[in-house]
Design a protein around this ligand. Structure first.
Ligand code: M6R
Length: 603
């Protein structure tokens, strides 16, 4: 989704703003975008370059038409209002091109604002909602950009993170946020801003997380942050531990493959962050967990799937009722939440708009919230009562892999804490400890999956089915293939086959049957036979010493044995690799799938 960046330095230091802005934008590419642009202040001038398509188009343009200057803002646009085009790309300016704005979010009252501005003789150039902001700031500008932005924001409805520069104030950038992420990077000689921490790491590790309804004025040597009333507020400077290496490809062809390969380490780190000498230590979360009468879980996409798997595990082991919903449904369905519910919010980025709104409903109802997130300082981490961080490191590929398996490790650790019987909890923890090594064994055999994908990447229909946790992981497996291979893939509970999906089966169909629940082998055996009888090809994923499916399925991939409720953390690695290699075989770019954004910060 759209990304914003900014850089503010002194002329004497001679650091070219456009170089830094383009570099920062390249680190936001993973979020998904369809055009990009920058605006640089230069000796009383405001120079703008924008280009539709990949960032390389903008880089080429800037090479041909350089923009020298020491202060500037930049943007990658993911089109919402108006098609991807040079004109609709950000930055947008006021009528006289004195003020430039980049924006992430959606201005919901833009139609009304546009009509009102047009009555005041404003001629719009683009179809975007953002252009209103530039004109509104101009309308309020009277020699003080901070004040003009503050006034303009009062008229906006919707979500935004904005950065604004103005010709008459060549040494500053004004930024503001509501419901979209915004981070300021602090350094001695310059200051920066970005939609997430990754672009800042090259330049600084000291950051300030801007909160909703805060406005800041950034100069090369100062950052002043205000609330909407104009009162100055102190915002703590936080040190970021992530290193640059983990945000680079390190010889892998794609981030996605690198991140799949990092899973054994990430799973181990997430386990070790909470288990010392065989003892589970969830810190202050332990008390909240003890009181839980019911667990309610929300998330979107892959994070929601982690929630579905959590439901099976928690209900089975801890015998506590669990409700799980996609955040975008939950927030509009008038949900029943009790104060003694334990609410679990799962989000890799910690910035997903629907998830944030669902979390705020929990808060209003007075329930305690545990966030499972990968991003320190994200909105979800700051607004929840407790946080369990996944120790995945930066996840750059749009399709989530290591963030998902570490989310699973977190929910399994929570499950251990919810179990009343200590012996049972210890047994489960002992099994959790083996999962990193077991996941490595699957990755070591990735060539087998690569070969399978080379034969099967062009199937027009791929269905995933299973029962219980195997059904839950089928949802995630189907999503992976959709996202990066653009294949029509669906997941369904194997028992539902006869209730409809069977009508879709034919010789062109591949069915991936996940069979990691021993008590249900016989049922899956029948389902596979039903599928085969309709001409579909079957890949079965089951445990290494189970030969039961060898004669029924066309191909069997064996994974190390574990508990049925934990098996998704292993079986998913097979389907991640399958999706990855299908995508590469098709000539797609798995790191930048079409139409998708890494961080979905608008509804
Ligand atoms: O950052 P979040 O975990 O809140 O993101 C939720 C979904 O947008 C995300 O999981 C999405 O489904 C991924 N592209 C999955 O690969």
């Amino acid at each position: 989704m759209c990304g914003i960046v900014g850089f503010c330095s002194n002329k004497e230091d001679g650091v070219d703003a456009s170089t830094i802005l383009l570099d920062c934008l390249s680190k936001l590419e993973y979020r998904g975008y369809d055009s990009a642009g920058i605006a640089v202040l230069n000796d009383g001038d405001l120079l703008i370059r924008k280009a539709k398509g990949r960032l390389s188009n903008l880089i080429n343009l800037v090479e041909k038409q350089p923009v020298e200057g020491f202060v500037g803002i930049g943007h990658t646009r993911w089109a919402t209002h108006g098609e991807p085009s040079d004109i609709n790309s950000h930055p947008h300016t006021d009528v006289s091109n004195d003020i430039a704005v980049v924006h992430n979010g959606i201005i919901e009252n833009h139609v009304k604002l546009r009509a009102w501005l047009e009555k005041h003789n404003v001629k719009f150039r683009s179809e975007t909602d953002t252009e209103c902001i530039a004109h509104l700031i101009d309308f309020h500008y009277n020699g003080d950009l901070l004040l003009a932005v503050t006034e303009a924001l009062k008229r906006l409805e919707g979500s935004y993170a904005i950065a604004v520069v103005c010709k008459s104030e060549p040494n500053s950038i004004v930024v503001a946020r509501k419901d979209c992420p915004l981070i300021i990077g602090r350094s001695e000689k310059y200051n920066l801003l970005a939609s997430d921490v990754t672009p800042l790491l090259e330049y600084t590790r000291e950051v300030q997380y801007i909160d909703d309804n805060q406005i800041a004025k950034i100069t090369p040597t100062s950052v002043d942050i205000y609330d909407v009333e104009g009162s100055k507020i102190d915002v703590e400077i936080t040190h970021v531990d992530w290193d640059m290496q983990s945000a680079q490809k390190n010889g892998f062809e794609h981030f996605m493959l690198k991140e799949i390969f990092e899973q054994p380490y990430a799973i181990e780190q997430t386990f070790k962050a909470r288990v010392y000498a065989g003892k589970l230590d969830l810190g202050d979360i332990t008390e909240a967990v003890k009181k839980a009468k019911r667990v309610v879980i929300v998330g979107c996409g892959t994070a929601y799937h982690a929630g579905v798997i959590a439901r099976y595990a928690i209900e089975h082991y801890a015998r506590i009722p669990v409700e799980v919903d996609v955040a975008s449904e939950f927030r509009y369905r008038d949900p029943i939440i009790f104060e003694d519910d334990l609410c679990l919010v799962i989000s890799q980025s910690g910035e997903t708009a629907d998830t944030l709104q669902a979390m705020r409903i929990f808060k209003k109802k007075g329930a305690k919230i545990i966030a499972i997130t990968n991003v320190v300082g994200s909105t979800v981490s700051r607004e929840s009562d407790y946080v369990m961080y996944t120790q995945a490191g930066p996840e750059i590929a749009v399709a989530s892999t290591k963030a998902f398996t570490t989310q699973l490790m977190c929910v399994y650790l929570l499950t251990c804490a919810l179990i009343k019987d200590e012996t049972k909890a210890k047994e489960l923890m002992a099994e959790l400890e083996t999962l990193s090594t077991k996941s490595q064994l699957i990755i070591d055999r990735q060539k087998e999956i690569q070969r399978f994908a080379a034969r099967q990447f062009n199937k027009p229909k791929v269905f995933y089915f299973g029962r219980q946790s195997d059904f839950a992981i089928s949802l995630e497996s189907a999503l992976k293939l959709k996202e990066i291979n653009y294949t029509h893939s669906e997941a369904f509970a194997a028992g539902e086959l006869k209730h409809g999906p069977i009508a879709l089966l034919d010789e062109d169909t591949l069915v991936v049957a996940t069979c990691c629940n021993k008590t249900l082998y016989d049922k899956m055996d029948s389902n596979i036979k039903e599928v085969k009888a309709r001409g579909a090809k079957v890949l079965a994923i089951t445990y290494e010493n189970n030969k039961e499916f060898d004669t029924v399925a066309d191909t069997v991939f064996h994974i190390p044995e574990t508990d049925a409720y934990l098996s998704p953390i292993l079986s998913v690695i097979v389907t991640q690799l399958y999706a990855y290699y299908c995508s590469v075989n098709r000539g797609n770019d798995p790191d930048h799938p079409r139409n998708l954004a890494k961080s979905v910060t608008v509804e």
